[in-house]
Design a protein around this ligand. Structure first.
Ligand SMILES: [Zn+2]
Length: 139
């Protein structure tokens, strides 16, 4: 199985972990920061949408029967859970940034190899490299 990190013998001992270049770390930081800003903007947008929708629902509730009220409550819960999941993702990215500063971010939990920058940018919460992830999914 050819891995890009095969030239290195990292991963056997935690101490002998491969190092990531400062440029790479910067790239990850930039990607994470961009993702965090994106998620925050999305969260703000979702919140103001919820507020607006809720206002519409309240002003428009004169002729509501119980089913309407139920639907509206359900919709509101859906919107709030969407907002929460965006917030959760943005918190994950923030934690990733903290861990990056401490040097504990971006390493595969299984083999100890660095997770490629592109993968981290796409999935900030990734804790496994692609190879290990595929092995995991095959089980
Ligand atoms: Zn791995």
């Amino acid at each position: 199985m050819a891995k890009p990190a095969d030239t290195r013998t990292a991963g056997r001992k935690p101490v002998a972990k491969a190092t990531r270049s400062a440029a790479e770390t910067e790239k990850i930081r930039a990607a994470l920061a961009a993702r965090r800003d994106e998620l925050r903007a999305e969260y703000d947008r979702t919140l103001s949408e919820i507020t607006e929708l809720q206002r519409d629902r309240l002003t428009d509730s004169a002729g509501d029967d119980q089913a309407d009220t139920g639907t509206k409550t359900f919709e509101r819960e859906q919107e709030i859970s969407l907002a929460n999941s965006i917030l959760e993702r943005s918190t994950q990215v923030e934690r990733a940034l903290e861990r990056l500063d401490e040097g504990g971010y971006g390493w595969c939990e299984r083999c100890g190899n660095p997770i490629p920058v592109e993968r981290l940018a796409a999935f900030p919460s990734a804790t496994l490299c692609v190879t290990c992830k595929q092995l995991e999914e095959r089980r």
